[in-house]
Design a protein around this ligand. Structure first.
Ligand SMILES: Cc1cc2nc3c(=O)[nH]c(=O)nc-3n(C[C@H](O)[C@H](O)[C@H](O)COP(=O)(O)OP(=O)(O)OC[C@H]3O[C@@H](n4cnc5c(N)ncnc54)[C@H](O)[C@@H]3O)c2cc1C
Length: 392
């Protein structure tokens, strides 16, 4: 045995929202948890940074505390439509979501998780040791949680063909300082524009002094051209500052129902993007990431050391109850034939009632689904967590 061996009950690989939420719940349940991440925090993450009130509730976020020195942009409306066509402005009056910067949000959640941290250390070696694990040669744990995002090494260990043969959402995005008055994007009203064939959408989202612009859609083919066209169209509408398009950063990830990753085995399980859980209609991944973290933590805590696959199967059942069974969801536009999608794009998405009641309320805000309770939300009940009212 190595003199410097670190031992813990649960090793969480990845300190994003899925990993830090799972770790925080496990620590609250009394387990000894280590989070390992290949980068140091704060770190950048390619993301628009939109979170719903259900996320705020599940992670027990104290908005007043969070807003001290960090960007927390209340959202009370949207501008939405189809790229190239005149959009609609839809106002809710109340705060229905928030904009955050991932470099700040992820750092905050990881620091307050209470787990022991091993940062700046990629996971390179995963070995079985009895019923548990030895990772990178010197960390021993009874249970291993893969929260390393789309390219998670634990997902690869479970057989995922990461980066190959998976039908992904490919996205490009830039977040930059934009204090220029000539830019007409309003902070409280993010702008969402669907591709005409509904294969994805672009966004222009002002958060405090920062502007986040990007486009995501099914598959990589032709993405750079679509992003350039979208940028030029936004520039014509004075939604982005004059001047050259900034360097865009790319990322890909799986939507729930679009992949077939094995999510559990004996003493091992995946959460968040590692498990491919983002909502198929909106691409929102932070809520499924934190919810899967909570669900898995509950199952691990209740297992009292018996982490057999049979015992962990409850986690899969709970995930399916929450997100629906994998398989192309019937409500997803991407399951429709392309000509029908184009017709829908031009005629239905552009209708204000459809945009509000279906696209925003159901697909993006999930106004009909209440927040998942957690130990963190129970602990936060007495503090100043402002719950934004949602109207279904
Ligand atoms: C362009 C774009 C915009 C998006 N916008 C939104 C949005 O507005 N709202 C929303 O809800 N979702 C959005 N998403 C989706 C969202 O970003 C993800 O679903 C979410 O980050 C998933 O969280 P996670 O914790 O599972 O993974 P991640 O946030 O990816 O965290 C994974 C962590 O694992 C670490 N890691 C990776 N490999 C290793 C390794 N070998 N060893 C150790 N550590 C490792 C990484 O450093 C990282 O810190 C967007 C995605 C993209 C691409």
């Amino acid at each position: 045995m190595n003199r410097h061996t670190t031992r813990c009950d649960v090793l969480v690989v990845g300190g994003g929202p899925a990993g830090s939420t799972c770790a925080a719940e496990l620590v609250r349940a009394g387990l000894d948890v280590v989070v390992i991440d290949k980068t140091h925090f704060p770190r950048d993450k390619t993301c628009a940074g939109w979170i719903t009130p259900q996320v705020v509730s599940t992670i027990g976020l104290d908005l007043e505390d969070y807003a001290r020195g960090r960007v927390l942009q209340p959202i009370s409306g949207f501008v939405t439509g189809v790229i190239g066509a005149e959009p609609h402005r839809i106002r809710y009056g109340d705060t229905v979501s928030y904009g955050i910067r991932r470099c700040e949000f992820d750092h905050y959640l990881l620091e307050r998780s209470g787990a022991r941290l091993r940062l700046d250390e990629p996971v390179e070696r995963i070995e079985r040791q009895g019923a548990g694990w030895r990772v990178n040669g010197d960390i021993e744990s009874a249970m291993l949680v893969g929260a390393g995002g789309h390219f998670c090494p634990v997902a690869s260990y479970l057989g995922a063909r990461v980066g190959r043969a998976e039908r992904v959402i490919a996205a490009q995005e830039a977040e930059f300082l934009a204090q220029d008055d000539s830019c007409l994007a309003r902070p409280e009203e993010p702008e969402l524009y669907f591709c005409r064939n509904l294969s994805g959408y672009g966004w222009c989202f002002r958060k405090g002094d920062f502007l986040n612009v990007g486009l995501g859609r099914i598959g990589h083919h032709g993405l750079a051209g679509s992003v350039r066209e979208f940028w030029d169209w936004l520039a014509e509408r004075r939604r982005v500052p004059a001047g050259p398009m900034p360097r865009m950063k790319g990322h890909a990830y799986l939507l729930h129902g679009f992949g077939a990753r094995r999510r559990i085995d004996d003493a091992i399980a995946l959460v968040g993007d590692a498990a491919g859980l983002a909502y198929p209609q909106s691409g929102e991944g932070i809520r499924p990431a934190v919810e899967s973290g909570v669900l898995l933590a509950r199952v691990i805590a209740a297992a009292a050391g018996d982490y057999s696959r049979v015992r962990l199967q409850v986690y899969i059942a709970e995930l399916e109850r929450r997100l629906g069974e994998p398989g192309i969801p019937p409500g997803s536009a991407s399951s429709l034939p392309s000509r029908l999608r184009a017709l829908l794009g031009r005629n239905v998405i552009a209708q204000p009632w459809f945009a509000r009641r279906v696209v925003l309320d159901r697909w993006f805000l999930h106004a009909h689904e209440s927040a998942l309770p957690s130990l963190a939300s129970a602990g936060a009940a007495g503090q100043t967590t402002v719950q934004a009212p949602l109207r279904a």
